[in-house]
Design a protein around this ligand. Structure first.
Ligand code: C6P
Length: 419
């Protein structure tokens, strides 16, 4: 039931959400005897039939290894795999298909850059600048390479609402900064960072800029040329695609100069026991048999979201967020963590007297799936002095009814623990 009395407009965006929901078989199931209300999309999103069918079709009809065979099936598989690379290029508005490296996900993309570019370029005393709202995937790889090279990790702070303090970021970005690594959309706070401005600051100081797009790519149009960044990472599974596939985009001259991340088949030009030489990018960074069907499924997911329209998805989710903010404000004792000026996609919250894991468990009994925990962003939890939060995160298929179910369940949580 939607709540007619609320001031947010009655129709949500321009999406025909009821029709879109029918594309996602997982949403039709009941959980614990109730309609599934899936609000854990920042962890991973469900898959539309178009993706499931692309995966099934490829395994059934076109499956073979890529780049290796001269036979018909191998050619079909290679065409499909390279076709997916072209879809990713277009999705990011990257200038060149050869700048798209298929990896396991955002985590591997950032590890690749930190180990390969960082290992080759960072020197003792050099600085890597991140923000206080980063996911562990955009902290730990830098810590590892800093340990190896003697470089230093610097952290730009956020304010109490979860806005990045851009002046502080600028102050911390100095002549020793070699790379800045920032999230476009925080998975713990929902903050959208002014990435274009942060990239300008980095470049003004001669530093490179990596953007963690894990949360942004499913929620807003991405244009790496407009952002001006040097590296962009995202994961397929949050974008309605398969798990185990993701993308590193990097400027071609950087990929050409970077040493390989892993060695093995397909990444070489010539191998002798005396030494080896490397294939040009992206092959240089795709050692071994890749996740062929994952890439093809990601291509299908990109076709799907582009068909729906990322602008429309962003508008729809903005309206859901506004609706959720208003409804959550009526739950006694509930405190939203993260009220940045620019937010999208999710809302994190706590009750000061109820552990988020208890909140998550009780919501689950009502059929409402949220994530409860530190969201792999422990420094954010430390910043707000909480062990964890509960987080509801949205996708194109969520509705006001989903939020009404969440809020009704939260009222029940509140009454179970007393007011
Ligand atoms: N965040 C969440 O529930 P992988 O696991 O490699 O696909 O993505 C890592 C990652 C990197 N950056 C950000 C901003 C992220 O949100 C994530 C994944 C999930 O918030 C799982 S911890």
């Amino acid at each position: 039931m939607s709540a007619p009395g609320r001031s947010v407009a009655a129709t949500v965006g321009a999406l025909d959400v009821e029709r879109l929901r029918r594309d996602f078989p997982a949403l039709a199931q009941e959980v614990r005897g109730r309609r599934l209300v899936y609000l854990d999309n920042a962890a991973t999103a469900h898959k539309p039939r178009a993706v499931l069918e692309a995966v099934q079709h490829h395994y059934a009809c076109e499956y073979s290894n890529v780049h290796r065979g001269v036979h018909w099936l191998s050619e079909r598989a290679t065409e499909a795999y390279e076709g997916a690379r072209e879809k990713v290029r277009a999705f990011l508005n990257a200038p060149d298909r050869r700048e798209i490296v298929f990896v396991r996900g955002t985590t591997e993309a950032i590890n690749l850059v930190a180990a390969s570019w960082g290992g080759a370029n960072l020197r003792p005393g050099d600085e890597v600048l991140v923000t206080e709202m980063e996911h562990h995937s955009n902290i730990v790889p830098w810590q590892l390479v800093c340990e190896r090279t003697g470089a230093v990790l610097r952290v730009a702070p956020i304010d109490d609402d979860g806005n990045l303090l851009v002046e502080e970021f600028e102050r911390l970005c100095g002549e020793r900064t070699r790379i800045v690594a920032v999230t476009q959309l925080s998975n713990a706070l929902g903050t959208i960072n002014p990435v274009r401005r942060l990239v300008e600051i980095a470049h003004a100081h001669g530093a490179l800029a990596l953007v963690d797009g894990a949360q942004a790519a499913p929620h807003m149009p991405v244009d790496v040329q407009a952002l001006g960044c040097d590296f962009y990472a995202f994961s397929g599974h949050k974008l309605y695609g398969p798990t185990g596939i993701g993308v590193l985009w990097a400027r071609r001259e950087l990929l050409e100069a970077m040493p390989p991340y892993q060695g093995g088949g397909e990444m070489i030009r010539q191998v002798t026991f005396e030494g080896s030489t490397w294939a040009p990018p992206p092959a240089k960074f795709e050692a071994g048999t890749p996740h062929i069907v994952g890439a093809i499924g990601l291509g299908a997911a990109i076709d799907y979201v582009r068909g729906v329209g990322l602008e429309a998805i962003a508008r729809h989710e903005r309206e859901l967020l506004a609706y959720a903010d208003e409804a959550l404000a009526e739950v006694p004792g509930l405190r939203v963590i993260g009220r940045a000026r620019e937010r999208a996609g999710l809302v994190s919250f706590v009750f000061d007297d109820i552990h988020p894991h208890d909140v998550g468990t009780i919501l689950d009994h009502e059929g409402v799936a949220v994530r409860a925990g530190h969201h792999c962003a422990m420094p954010v939890m430390q910043r707000y002095g909480v062990p964890a939060t509960a987080r509801a995160s949205f996708a194109l298929y969520n509705t006001r009814e989903d939020i009404d179910a969440l809020v009704a369940a939260l009222h029940r949580v509140r009454s179970m623990f007393g007011r």
